[in-house]
Design a protein around this ligand. Sequence first.
Ligand code: UD1
Length: 422
Amino acid sequence: MDSIIVRGNGPLHGQIPIAGAKNACLALMPATLLSEEPLTLTNAPRLSDIRTMTELLASLGAEVTGLQDGKVLATSCHGEITPVADYDIVRKMRASNLVLGPLLARLGHAVVSLPGGCAIGARPMDIHIDALSALGAEIELKDGYLHAQALGGLRGALHEMRFASVGATENFLMAAVLAKGTSVLKNAAREPEIVDLARCLRAMGAEIEGEGSSTITIQGVDRLHGATHPVVTDRIELGTYMLAPAICGGEVECLGGKIELVESFCEKLDAAGVSVEETATGLKVKRKNGRIRAVDVVTEPFPGFPTDLQAQMMALLATAEGTSVLEEKIFENRFMHAPELMRMGARIEVQGGQATVHGVEKLKGARVMATDLRASVSLILAGLAAEGETVVSRVYHLDRGYERVEEKLGAVGAKIERVKGE
Ligand code: UD1
């Protein structure tokens, strides 16, 4: 397994290009199952999670070519689609469950293994099941697989989710676009990735209104056609690289960044003493002056502070002046990076869904282990500001969500290298 070695090396200067959003792309790719015509996604990121989704779609019978010149070309086959998403692929990535809605809409039945994914909590599927059942699907669990069918097709319905689940909103949208009649989803998730999916579905001929708000209305249509759609900027990669100059000093422009994607995050950066300026090409970030100040953070569904930036924010607050409290409201077990940061000298107490971070002057390099995708990048960020050398092992998690991380950080002056493992 590869490791990443980081050496604390002072301020960073330059530009970092931000890729298309992994989480948007993982929802857009299954939309190809809704049409016989090609769907072309431009600005797709080169990541192992995208390769896993490619493998899954190919196993269902879609032809997927791509990741050439930063493009994914996904074509649903004219011929037969196999409605079975096998455990061997699904266990690699929870987002595999996003084929459930489109398979049901296109074929009227689907068999999808229960997912695996990051070990950051129980992550059940009940909200997905309730949402698709409201559209007339009958779903039962047998031998670790969800068996779903809608005899006579899906019917539009009004449904309110008990929690604004991102994945369940995406599955509902992709099922409702081909259902008979009107569907209304209340307490829908409002993330930019949902807005991106709705835009793409509209380009394919779907009738959708209200995406980005908590009520989405979908008028079912008989068929969808092909489209070309650019994937929205990755707000989590954006936030992660915005933290690099905040932690190390210097000034970095994140190309393609927009405030509207990271507004609640920018408010916390401002309170911590980091300035963010919107330019014609992206977001310019630098420390205002002096040491970072402690701030309290609560993770919430969009537009609240994203759970996917909590680990990276903790790396920043580890060296802040004062004590910060980070409260995790989305996933119950998402502080696995805390003990690793403590190996580097951070002072953190975790109690249930709350972490109290007492800022220290300086972190020290250490051997640490990446436990999930966002945790791994938080350790790299911490290593950039630490004294001496930090070795982050198990970086396969990192490759699921960050493309060319060594190159992007190296280009702004970070001392970072990958060591190939067996
Ligand atoms: C998506 C993102 C992930 C991000 C998360 C929250 C993708 C591919 N992944 O994951 O990076 O961290 O949103 O912003 O887009 N839940 C249930 N029952 C369900 C579904 C979810 O209890 O049926 C719970 C989960 O266990 C979790 C919370 O709801 O505690 C949020 O999950 P959800 O919004 O569904 O996240 P994902 O779509 O899995």
